[in-house]
Design a protein around this ligand. Structure first.
Ligand code: BES
Ligand code: ZN
Ligand code: ZN
Length: 477
C-alpha cells in the first residue's frame, strides 16, 4: 500500500462529515470546497442521514466520492476506527487511487488516522494459498509537506507492529528460543549494539535455576537474550524492557486441556512486544537508554520436564516450590529480572508477559492489566494510553495476594493454591524479585496480545498491542 502526501486529483475522494442536530456538516479543513457544494445536494436523494459510521459511495460525473460520518467530538481512537472502516470500504470497492481528506491538520490526529489505515492493512496470510491481500491501494493525503517526517515515523512503527504480529502468529516450531536469539543478534549487528546471549550451558552456570527448570524439558533449549541501546549517553537513566518468551506453553506436566492449549504459540508475545518497542525506539532515534531482555523457553513435556512439588533455587537465591508447572512465565521472568538488576544499574523495569488467564477474566481481552510500585509512572502510562488507544487498567498487589504464596518447604510457592485473584498473586510473585528503589511496571497482556477475531484496526492472531503505548511513554518520559 502507498500512503503519501500529495494533492493531485484522484479517481476517488474521501470526504469526512459529521451530524449536528439534523444536518450534515463538513469539518473546517477548507478542502474540496467546490466539490462539497455539489455533494450536499445528494444527501437527501440517497437518504444519507450521516449517523456515526454511516457511509455513502457515489459518483458525480467521473468523480467517485466516499462520504463517511464521524462523531463531531471525536477521540483519537474514534479517528483510528473511522479511518480503519474507511480503508475497509475502499478495499471492498477496489478503489486504488484515492485522495483522503482529514478533519483537521493536527499531529496527533494525523498519526491516529495513519495508524487506523495502516494497521488495518494486514492479515497473517503466510499459510493461505490464495492471498486476498495483494491489492495495491494508493492513498494520498492533501496536507502540508511538513508532516512528511511524522508520516514516515508512523509507518515505521506500524511496520514494526506488523512484524510483532507475524512473530506471535508464526508456528511455535519456527519461533523457538534460538530463533528469537537470531533475530536479536542480527538486529544488534545491523545497529552496532552490544548483545549477550546466555545459552543452556550459561543459564545453568549463572544459576538461573528457574529459567532452566522451565526450559530443560524441551528439545529447543532456553535462552536469555540481552541487548543494549544508549540513545541518551549523558544520562544515567537505564530502562529495562523484559519480555516473557515462552515459545510454546503446553502447561508442562500440569498439562493444559483442549480449548486452552491451542493458542499457546502466543506465549512469546511479551518477548515480541519488547522487541517491537526496542526496535522502534532505535529506528526513531529516541533519546533513551534501554536494555532489552528476552527470557525464552519452551514449556514442554518430556522425561526431563520440571515436576510439580519439586523446589528450585532462583538466580536471586530465593527457593521456589512448584505448585503448578503451568505458572511458568513468572519463573522465567523472575530470573531475568534478578540477573539484569545484578549486572546493570537499572532505574526502571517494564515487563510484558502473557502471564495469566485471570487477567482476562478480570478485564476481558482488549485491556492489559498493569501492576506497579510507582504512581507517577502509572499516571504517565495512562496518558500514553489515551493517545495510543491501547487500554490498560491497574490492579493491586495486596498482602493477601502475597500470603497466598507461602510455602512450608521453600521460600515461596510459584503459584497460589487460591484460584481467585490469580493476576495479582502472579504479580506478587514477580515483586519478590524487584530490588529496593527500582521502579517497576508489570504488563499482563494475556488478553490483548492475541485475538480470535479481528476488530477495528486490530488483527486476529497476534495483535502487536501496547507497543505504540510504550513508545508514547518513552517519547515523553
Ligand atoms: N501463558 C499462560 C497464560 C495465558 C492464558 C495467556 C491464556 C494467554 C491466554 C500462563 O503461563 C498460564 O498458564 N497461567 C496459568 C496460571 C495458573 C496455573 C495459576 C493460568 O492463567 O491459567
Ligand atoms: Zn502456563
Ligand atoms: Zn505461559
Amino acid at each position: 500500500m502507498g500512503l503519501k502526501i500529495s494533492n493531485l486529483v484522484k479517481d476517488c475522494v474521501l470526504v469526512p462529515v459529521y451530524k449536528e442536530k439534523n444536518s450534515i456538516k463538513y469539518f473546517e479543513n477548507k478542502k474540496n470546497e467546490e466539490l462539497k457544494k455539489d455533494i450536499s445536494k445528494y444527501f437527501n436523494f440517497f437518504n444519507f442521514e450521516g449517523k456515526e459510521g454511516e457511509s455513502l459511495f457515489f459518483n458525480i460525473e467521473k468523480q467517485k466520492i466516499l462520504v463517511y460520518s464521524i462523531k463531531k467530538e471525536y477521540s483519537l481512537e474514534d479517528l483510528r476506527i473511522a479511518y480503519s472502516n474507511i480503508f475497509k470500504i475502499l478495499k471492498s470497492k477496489k478503489e486504488k487511487n484515492v485522495s483522503i481528506e482529514i478533519p483537521k491538520e493536527d499531529e496527533l490526529e494525523l498519526k491516529a488516522i495513519l495508524e487506523g489505515i495502516e494497521l488495518s492493512n494486514y492479515k497473517f496470510d503466510k499459510y493461505i494459498s490464495e492471498k486476498e491481500n495483494n491489492f495495491e491501494i494508493e492513498l494520498n493525503l492533501d496536507i502540508d509537506k511538513k508532516y512528511n517526517n511524522l508520516l514516515e515515523e508512523t509507518l515505521k512503527i506500524c511496520d514494526n507492529v506488523k512484524i510483532v504480529r507475524d512473530l506471535v502468529s508464526e508456528n511455535a516450531d519456527i519461533t523457538t528460543p534460538k530463533f528469537l536469539e537470531n533475530i536479536i543478534v542480527n538486529f544488534a549487528k545491523k545497529h552496532k549494539l552490544k548483545v549477550k546471549v546466555l545459552d543452556e550451558k550459561e543459564i545453568q552456570k549463572e544459576k538461573l535455576g528457574l529459567l532452566w527448570a522451565v526450559g530443560k524439558g524441551a528439545k529447543n533449549p532456553p535462552r536469555l537474550i540481552i541487548c543494549e541501546y544508549y540513545g541518551n549517553p549523558n544520562s544515567k537513566d537505564l530502562k529495562a524492557l523484559i519480555g516473557k518468551g515462552l515459545t510454546f506453553d503446553t502447561g508442562g506436566l500440569n498439562l493444559k486441556p483442549s480449548n486452552y492449549i491451542e493458542d499457546m504459540k502466543l506465549d512469546m508475545a511479551g518477548a515480541a512486544t519488547v522487541y517491537g518497542i526496542f526496535k522502534s525506539a532505535i529506528e526513531l532515534n529516541l533519546k533513551q537508554n534501554l536494555v532489552l531482555v528476552i527470557s525464552s523457553a519452551e514449556n514442554a513435556i518430556s522425561g526431563n520436564s520440571y515436576k510439580p512439588g519439586d523446589v528450585f533455587v532462583s538466580h536471586k537465591g530465593i527457593s521456589v516450590e512448584i505448585t503448578n508447572t503451568d505458572a511458568e512465565g513468572r519463573l522465567v521472568l523472575a530470573d531475568a529480572m534478578s540477573y539484569i538488576q545484578k549486572n546493570f544499574k537499572i532505574s526502571q523495569i517494564f515487563d510484558f508477559a502473557t502471564l495469566t488467564g485471570a487477567s482476562m477474566i478480570a478485564l476481558g481481552t482488549q485491556t492489559a492489566a498493569i501492576f506497579s510500585n510507582d504512581d507517577l509512572i502509572v499516571e504517565n502510562l495512562k496518558k500514553a494510553s489515551q493517545i495510543s488507544g491501547e487500554k490498560i487498567w491497574q490492579l493491586p498487589i495486596f498482602d493477601e495476594h502475597r500470603d497466598f504464596l507461602k510455602s512450608s518447604i521453600a521460600d515461596t510457592l510459584n503459584c497460589s493454591k487460591e484460584r481467585y485473584g490469580g493476576a495479582s498473586s502472579a504479580a506478587a510473585f514477580l515483586e519478590k524479585f524487584i530490588d529496593k528503589n527500582i521502579k517497576w511496571v508489570h504488563f499482563d497482556i494475556a488478553g490483548p496480545a492475541f485475538s480470535k477475531k479481528p476488530y477495528n484496526y486490530v488483527s486476529e492472531q497476534g495483535t502487536g498491542s501496547h507497543i505504540r503505548l510504550m513508545l508514547n511513554y518513552l517519547k515523553n518520559n
